[in-house]
Design a protein around this ligand. Structure first.
Ligand code: ZN
Length: 374
């Protein structure tokens, strides 16, 4: 419900039938995570806060430096030397006191990325590090979170949007990260101060459209902006069936740091069950059948006695203890394998999954089982 104060504040939104009260309430309920509170994060955070997004998370472990002020409009002269998330949080709350800002004053790594991402509906990547860009992409694919990515270089910007199950991911476009050091960042190559203003605002626009379910997102389209020629262009690209993270047989099942061991193989210690083996387990109180599909998929049809914990909420596994055997199921066996890998990381010992997913169940056991599209 919107308060009288909110109805007044968001009047220009409420006048748009495409937004209206329901849209404004959706913005208020939305939780958006910004990776990096720098050049791109500044305009996106300011506009999302002004637009009435209820919760903004900021990941950044840097302090404000004098050389940031040329483009990072969240900060002012007095911010130099302060923690970015602290200074940004104060500025954003001063602008919109109804906003809740969550500070993540840490470096995003494989070890903390899932924990942080789980608390949000949508992620905006505004980092200038390739390792963070791939980590954010992989975590969003694995946890099924929409991602709006942008990057800037000298006078040029790039942007693209990923929506789970609806289009290609960043790795489909750029399968392998460039060797660290080969690509100069802003600190080395320089950047036109106003450039992140354009690209960060595009990210905020995409975020608001996704929250409201409006228009056409930048799916499967890489948008490029050339400030010197003042031209926008776009390149279409498709999902790759052999993509290491969103492909049909992904090799990246849990987020990995680029500088650590790369692409993990299928996790050891996961028992792969056939549909017939799973059928024998139904009704066995020592085994918890956990369906990791989204609630709307679960509602259409699910196995008797199955619990629904979507992949992105797997942190809830602790709820019913680690003593029981955890058997993960999903539509095709990709998400359940990911859930298995994440469960092992969470310290759960006895982990199994249904190979081939509920598609295999429908094929081998129950042809009437309705497996909705993801
Ligand atoms: Zn991909």
């Amino acid at each position: 419900m919107l308060t009288a104060e909110e109805l007044a504040r968001y009047r220009r939104h409420l006048l748009l039938p495409e937004v209206g009260v329901a849209g404004q309430e959706a913005l208020k309920a939305a939780r958006v995570l910004l990776i990096g509170a720098g050049g791109l994060g500044s305009p996106s955070a300011l506009y999302l806060a002004a637009s009435g997004v209820g919760t903004l998370g900021l990941i950044d472990c840097d302090q404000v430096e004098a050389s940031n002020l040329q483009r990072q409009v969240l900060y002012d002269h007095a911010s130099v030397g302060r923690s970015k998330v602290q200074a940004a949080g104060e500025r954003l709350r001063a602008m919109n006191p109804q906003l809740s800002v969550i500070h993540h004053d840490v470096e995003m790594r494989a070890a903390n990325v899932c924990e942080i991402f789980r608390g949000y509906d949508l992620v905006l990547d505004g980092t200038d590090r390739f390792s963070a860009r791939y980590l954010a992409n992989d975590a969003c694919v694995i946890l099924r979170k929409p991602l709006v990515s942008a990057a800037i270089h000298r006078f040029e910007g790039l942007a693209m949007t990923y929506v789970p199950g609806q289009g290609p991911c960043y790795r489909c476009l750029f399968p392998d990260p460039p060797a660290e050091g080969l690509v100069p960042n802003c600190a080395e190559a320089g950047v036109l101060g106003v450039l992140p203003g354009v690209m960060g605002t595009i990210q905020a626009t995409e975020a608001i459209k996704l929250i409201l379910g409006l228009g056409e997102p930048l799916l499967g389209r890489l948008l490029t902006y050339d400030a010197l020629r003042l031209r926008f262009e776009e390149f279409r690209f498709a999902r790759r069936a052999d993509c290491a993270v969103c492909g049909d047989h992904p090799s990246i099942l849990v987020p990995q740091d680029l500088d650590g061991a790369c692409d993990v193989e299928l996790p050891a210690g996961v028992d792969r069950l056939s549909a017939a083996q799973l059928q024998a387990l139904l009704g066995d109180s020592a085994a918890a059948i956990i369906d990791v599909r989204e609630p709307h998929e679960f509602q259409i049809a699910h196995l008797a006695g199955a619990l629904n914990i979507p992949l992105a909420e797997l942190g809830r596994l602790g709820e019913f203890g680690a003593q029981r055997r955890c058997v993960f199921v999903c539509r095709s066996g990709v998400r359940s394998l990911r859930a298995s890998a994440l469960a092992l990381e969470l310290g759960i010992r006895d982990v199994a999954h249904l190979e081939g997913g509920l598609l295999a169940w429908a094929r081998d056991i129950d042809a009437s089982f309705d497996v909705a599209l993801p």
